[in-house]
Ligand binder design. Structure first.
Ligand code: UDP
Length: 477
């Protein structure tokens, strides 16, 4: 440990790096980036997570990660409305750049000047800010390596839109064979979500300036994909970014992400799950963003009712009105199911009563299902959820994909068959074996000397060397 005095401040950590982590402010992005901040902190790095003011209250205080507000320009306007992504992204870019610059300047003369900005790849402007101050910049990708690879090639013009599966095969030969419906919706139907498509492609716009690139996946999980794309997108796999107690257990007290944008009904869930036998409950969740049609909600409700399994279903407050009339009251009588508006998903998945996860296949949910060894039924809706469902079924064999009909609806009969298959069928047995295999490989990746752990260690060493060199050149020897 080096002891020096900087500007009169007694500092025991002159060569200790300080990383500022900045996630895109949605649950599916905050969780993995906050988890990365905790991993770095557990290795002795000072970590500050910066987030728009209106999300600050969603964080629990943590022993070794500090939270600081940043402006997204919405302080006095309330949260951005759904459908106004363009507006939000440009306001966050302009306000966030100024605000992040100020934050870096504030720390510049402190005992812990910022060494590196770890930014969500959705926010490439954060890298420009880091570089303007001569800092290290590390991009963090929150999708699978397969999905990132495809977007990377589209962004570099190697794959053209609309997508042609043969061209994808030629450019990314190690990727499993994609059919039209497997591709991310933003690429399959580029006209449907132009703001999101632009954002996904902009991840690669200044990436050549980044010192590091990370992806929330792990080497064993996407080995072939990673090999095939190294010359175009050389990201290091550092995942799964799931709280340590569910994996390696090396971070003491790390039993949850430490952020929840909605209040979870933890007690209610636990009390209800306690009344159910081991491996008897289907957990159903569509994450934080998906909005199902009323028809789709009804099909799911009927599939669950008719299948007669126990189920715990997260239906967000804004979606509850789509449930069939009288459905909730019926559940109160039969006790076969429970509906909550939000829960602590990991707590549920980790409960011994859970047998199956009906998921929209968001990347975090996919990794959580894999890490906890829970068989899955994929009901993907949009974005990267479709390729994730493909990998769940075809590549890792940890679940089945409940396919929609030509009207774009997953019918109750199809979902019912998938539930039966996973809960009781022959395929279900193999799926359970695979799920256990992937659970163990997930643990191995983040445990001491695992592939992800090694990549994080390399980063930590790089930060230390960089910080030490700067300290020396500033005259502290
Ligand atoms: N989640 C949760 N409670 C819920 C539903 C979801 O804590 O009731 C968490 C889940 O554990 C995951 C995140 O929210 O970490 C959702 O991320 P994902 O990538 O799966 O989906 P998105 O919400 O981005 O579509």
């Amino acid at each position: 440990m080096i002891e020096k005095t900087i500007n009169g401040v007694h500092n025991q950590n002159v060569a200790n790096p300080h990383v500022v982590v900045i996630p895109y402010p949605s649950q599916g992005h905050i969780n993995p980036l906050l988890q990365f901040a905790k991993r770095l902190a557990s290795k002795g790095i000072k970590a500050t997570l910066v987030t728009p003011k209106h999300t600050l209250s969603s964080f629990s205080s943590l022993e070794n990660v500090v939270f600081e507000p940043i402006s997204d320009g919405f302080e006095n306007r309330g949260s951005p409305e759904v459908g106004s992504e363009d507006l939000f992204l440009s306001a966050f870019k302009s306000n966030g750049s100024i605000s992040l610059s100020r934050l870096i300047e504030t720390h510049q003369n402190s005992a812990f000047p910022v060494t590196c900005v770890v930014y969500d790849a959705f926010l490439p402007w954060a890298l420009d800010v880091a570089k303007a101050y001569g800092l290290l910049g590390a991009a963090f990708f929150t999708n699978s390596a397969a999905v990132c690879s495809i977007f990377c090639c589209v962004s570099h013009g190697l794959i053209e839109l609309p997508l042609n599966p043969d061209q994808v095969r030629t450019v990314l030969p190690k990727m499993p064979l994609f059919k039209g419906n497997d591709f991310p919706t933003f690429l399959r139907k580029p006209e449907t979500y132009p703001a999101y498509l632009t954002m996904k492609l902009s991840q690669f716009s200044n990436l050549h300036l980044a010192d590091w690139m990370f992806c929330n996946s792990f080497d064993d999980l996407e080995l072939k994909v990673i090999e095939g794309v190294q010359d175009k997108w050389a990201a290091k796999m550092i995942g799964p970014m799931v709280p340590s107690s569910y994996l390696d257990g090396r971070i003491e007290g790390d039993i949850g992400y430490g952020s929840s944008l909605w209040k979870p009904s933890s007690e209610k869930c636990k009390e209800w799950l306690k009344t159910k036998p081991k491996n008897s409950v289907i957990y159903v969740s569509f994450g934080s963003m998906v909005s199902l049609t009323q028809q789709q909600t009804e099909e799911i409700a009927l599939a669950l009712k008719q299948s007669n399994y126990n189920f715990l279903w997260v239906v967000r407050e804004t979606q509850v009105n789509k449930l069939p009339k009288g459905f909730q009251q019926e559940l109160c009588m039969t006790k076969k199911g429970i509906i909550v508006t939000w829960c602590n998903q990991l707590e549920i998945l980790g409960h011994e009563a859970i047998a199956c996860f009906v998921t929209h296949c968001g990347w975090n949910s996919t990794l959580e299902g894999l890490s906890l060894g829970i068989p899955m039924v994929g009901v993907p809706q949009w974005s990267d959820q479709l390729p994730d469902a493909k990998f769940i079924e075809e590549v890792w064999g940890v679940g089945v994909w409940a396919k929609e009909d030509d009207k774009g609806v997953v019918r109750k009969e199809i979902l019912g068959e998938c539930l039966k298959e996973v809960m009781e069928g022959e395929k279900g047995k193999k799926i359970r074996e695979n799920a256990i295999k992937w659970r163990e490989l997930s643990k191995k990746a983040v445990d001491n000397d695992g592939s992800s752990d090694k990549h994080i260690e390399d980063f930590v060493q790089h930060l230390r060397c960089n910080c030490f060199a700067k300290t020396k050149s500033n005259g502290f020897r």
